[in-house]
Design a protein around this ligand. Structure first.
Ligand code: ADP
Length: 434
């Protein structure tokens, strides 16, 4: 500090001293005028520096400005040092702020910050998809003015935010189901969180449908069996009828067994990890088994042909591949009337992979049904499927097995002409057969 005082007063003192010495040696009046003139000039220069300094301060940027001399150089140096520290702090806060915003933007949930009177202060980009809000233009608007859903408006009015609110038909196409909840914070401010629960809800309803379907599938044969048991217990019937009833009960129980077995296969496929790419599935051996099973099921009622046109094996799970191939062949036999032709082939496909296809000359499938037949329990003709021992799960298993082997299931069909089901395996799932 004393150094700064010295610097500030050095020049006026020096002038006074020189004027005094000049007066002592020459004339006092000349020294007074000279000293007065130089001091006045000094004051003007200081005033100019002060004005210049103030205008620099207003420009908010002191770095690299003309610094002047004496005490002014120190003032500029000090301010420049402080300015650099502040600038660094501001930059650091900006980086932190940007990272924070990026973090929130990366969230899959919508987030709206509301002020005391429920006006939007900020919202993230997901709010565009959830509520069709514009994160720039809609800031400052009352939230209930933009989200005009009656349920939401009454939720905001009742101010009971202890429970979340479920909203259907949201988003651009009205296809989203959202779960919303408000969390109060700070001084009367609110954070509104929205979560897309469309998939969750769909899975829930699929689960409910699945349970309903399984119960329905089991109830029918159980009703039949219990009806026959009642008859056998209460009525006196001939030995021949007894045998007929027992046979019918046997057919119903084996249907239930098949259903339970297929359900177990699906559960296993759902829960087990992806199939490895190290185990070889020998197509030649598989074909032998498939031909034998197909012939025994058809009982010479169809013309069955099998062609193995490439010498390639699959890397994957043998039991799964067998179950998928066999399901397609069994379906072809079931849905092809007597005298029809069924051909299954193993050949190269256009994409460099291989395809297993099953072609039949059966009843075919309507184009509208094709996208749905791989759904669990979906049947084109329920009674026909049941009559032939179908459970409605076969193609769901095939599709599942295909996707577990990175393969895809393609279906081509024409009513009364026939169908071709093919499973396309990619190159990296194939290996030269021994
Ligand atoms: P299902 O046990 O009823 O056969 P799937 O899942 O195997 O169940 O097949 C679903 C439905 O697809 C069948 O009910 C049937 O209507 C139809 N379908 C499957 N394969 C064929 C085929 N080769 N020809 C005609 N329809 C078929």
């Amino acid at each position: 500090m004393p150094r700064e005082i010295f610097k500030a007063l050095f020049f006026p003192f020096a002038i006074c001293l020189i004027s005094f010495i000049w007066g002592e040696i020459f004339s006092f009046s000349a020294a007074f005028y000279l000293g007065f003139f130089v001091l006045l000039t000094h004051c003007f220069i200081q005033a100019w520096y002060t004005i210049h300094f103030l205008s620099n301060l207003q420009k908010d940027d002191l770095i690299g400005k003309k610094r002047g001399v004496g005490i002014w150089r120190d003032i500029y140096d000090q301010l420049e040092k402080k300015s650099k520290i502040w600038r660094q702090a501001v930059l650091q806060s900006e980086v932190q702020y940007n990272q924070f915003i990026q973090g929130i933007q990366a969230s899959p949930n919508g987030l709206i910050m509301l002020d005391e009177v429920d006006h939007i202060e900020w919202c993230n980009n997901i709010c565009r998809d959830h509520f069709r809000l514009d994160p720039f233009k809609d800031v400052g608007q009352p939230v209930t003015f933009l989200l005009r859903n009656p349920q939401f408006i009454s939720y905001m009015q009742t101010r009971d935010f202890t429970r979340p609110l479920h909203l259907d038909y949201m988003g651009e196409q009205g296809s989203l189901m959202l779960m919303l909840q408000v969390f109060p914070y700070g001084e009367n401010r609110k954070l509104l969180l929205s979560q897309d629960i469309t998939i969750l809800k769909k899975n829930e309803s699929m689960r409910q449908d699945f349970v309903a379907n399984v119960s329905h599938e089991l109830r029918t044969p159980l009703t039949v069996v219990s009806g026959f048991l009642e008859t056998l217990r209460d009525l006196k019937i001939s030995k021949l009828d007894q045998k007929r009833y027992v046979d019918l009960m046997f057919a119903q129980t084996s249907r239930m067994m098949t259903l339970v077995e297929e359900l177990l296969i699906l559960t296993r496929l759902d829960s087990s990890p992806l199939t490895s790419k190290t185990t070889k599935v020998h197509i030649e051996d598989l074909f032998e088994k498939l031909i034998l099973d197909a012939k025994s099921l058809s009982q010479d009622k169809h013309v069955i042909e099998a062609h193995r046109l490439i010498n390639m094996d699959i890397l994957g799970a043998e039991s799964e591949i067998f179950s998928a191939f066999s399901n397609l062949i069994v379906n072809a036999i079931r849905y092809t009337p007597e005298g029809g032709a069924i051909t299954f082939e193993w050949k190269a496909d256009r994409e460099g992979g291989a395809v297993f296809s099953v072609k039949d000359s059966g009843i075919g499938i309507a184009q509208d049904d094709i996208p749905r037949i791989t759904e669990r329990f979906y049947r084109v003709d329920r009674s026909r499927s049941r009559d032939t021992g179908g459970t409605g799960l076969g193609l769901a298993i095939v599709k599942h097995v295909a996707s577990r082997h990175n393969a895809s299931l393609k279906i081509e069909s024409e009513l009364s002409i026939g169908s071709t089901f093919s499973i396309h395996f990619p190159k990296d799932r194939l290996v030269e057969a021994d």
